[in-house]
Design a protein around this ligand. Structure first.
Ligand SMILES: [Zn+2]
Length: 393
């Protein structure tokens, strides 16, 4: 039997720091001991909304120059992981294939037991896949994705729209229909989950592609567990269930949504049939729904030039930022969402967006950015991430 090697790419000392802010996708500001402020390279394109909260503990590695796309870098440190509920969550997506390599070599992915790695970074036409394996006497093309979004026992991918991910799935399905076996391995960096779903709230097209290709491509979500020294616990690899029937019903362009509307300056605004209302500067959270054509509704909210129709249009017209957050569902949940928000945020003007229902309002206010609040993300996840039974944990 082959001797098990430790996950060994992460040599050297690991530093800890507190997350402060993320000025762009690949850069974070953080603070080390004695309040030493540093910048670090973040090799992860995901949103990581619920992980990168102010004060979160980051695990950093000190690198010389040379890593990263530019060859020379301003930053000396690279983010490897972030802590959530005491466990490190691995964030370094450039090392995902290294992790997959380790898991395959040590036979830690049961559906791929005894697979041998024949080639890495293998080109097929204009696509490139992570691994070519030999498994059960046949070739198998394997693409690997890194998943860091989870809550309530459910892991979801992707965390931001990925047209590349969608193309990969469609290409693998086409190869499979031509007789070539293919699979996608989702490495879920957190063990306390049982279910895996495509994130149809964030990326409907990727999710639809996964559903369309469920018979052609083998989807393998494997949850791993990271120890605090950033070694992998190889006892705890767990294959997650994918609730295909549930997804068949839920993955559609309909449901409710939140709009986070930032007003940089206070303003008095006349809102349609309501009186002129004074709005203080800060963040407004609006709840709406579109049980048909949710994507185009959200695109409309973001557009500046449009005919004013709803109460919210008066507010978005003067906003410095509008962030739509879809909550796709077969059920109309907007009043339920509004009720949850009312226990957390300040109530907005009476009757705002709620002329057709019993709610006092569908607009709420927060002086600070709700996306920086853990409580807000928990609320959001309680609607976006539920087990197929509807159970929350
Ligand atoms: Zn309502």
């Amino acid at each position: 039997m082959q001797k098990k090697k430790r996950w060994s790419n992460l040599v050297g000392e690991v530093f800890k720091a507190r997350f402060v802010s993320r000025p762009n996708r690949f850069l974070v500001h953080c603070e080390m001991e004695q309040n030493k402020k540093i910048m670090a390279f973040l090799p992860n394109p995901g949103r990581l909304w619920e992980l990168l909260l102010p004060g979160a503990t980051l695990y950093l590695r000190q690198d010389g120059k040379g890593e990263g796309r530019l060859g020379t870098r301003k930053t000396q440190y690279t983010v490897l992981a972030v802590e959530r509920k005491g466990s490190p969550i691995f964030l370094h997506t450039h090392e995902t294939n290294g992790v997959a390599h380790y898991l395959l070599e040590n036979d830690l992915i049961p559906p791929l037991k005894n697979a041998a790695i024949a080639q890495t970074e293998v080109r097929v036409g204009s696509s490139r896949f992570d691994f070519l394996l030999r498994h059960k006497g046949k070739e198998l093309y394997l693409e690997v994705k890194s998943c860091t979004l989870f809550g309530n026992g459910v892991a979801m991918f992707p965390d931001a729209v990925t047209s590349r991910g969608k193309r990969h799935i469609l290409k693998l399905a086409e190869m499979s229909r031509g007789g070539i076996r293919s699979a996608v391995l989702f490495i879920v960096h957190y063990p306390e989950v049982d279910w895996f779903m495509p994130d149809y709230h964030t990326d409907l097209e990727f999710s639809t592609a996964m559903l369309q290709c469920q018979r052609d491509v083998q989807f393998i979500p494997a949850a791993v567990s990271w120890n605090r020294d950033l070694s992998l616990d190889f006892v705890k690899t767990k294959i997650l269930k994918i609730p295909w029937t549930y997804l068949q019903r839920e993955v559609k362009d309909r449901g409710s949504y939140l709009l986070i509307v930032k007003l940089a300056k206070a303003a008095a605004i006349k809102i349609g049939s309501l009186h002129e209302i004074f709005f203080q500067a800060g963040y407004y959270v609006y709840v709406g729904s579109a049980m048909k054509g949710l994507s185009s509704r959200l695109a409309r909210h973001r557009r500046q030039n449009k005919k004013i129709h709803w109460h919210i249009d008066y507010l978005t017209a003067g906003a410095s930022q509008v962030i739509p957050i879809p909550i796709r569902s077969s059920e109309k949940q907007e009043c339920e969402v509004a009720k949850s928000l009312s226990s957390m945020l300040q109530m907005g003007p009476r009757g705002f967006g709620s002329s057709d229902c019993e709610c006092a309002t569908h607009l709420f206010f927060s002086p600070t950015n709700p996306l920086e609040s853990e409580e807000f993300h928990q609320l959001l996840q309680s609607f976006r991430m539920r087990e197929p039974s509807g159970r929350l944990r």
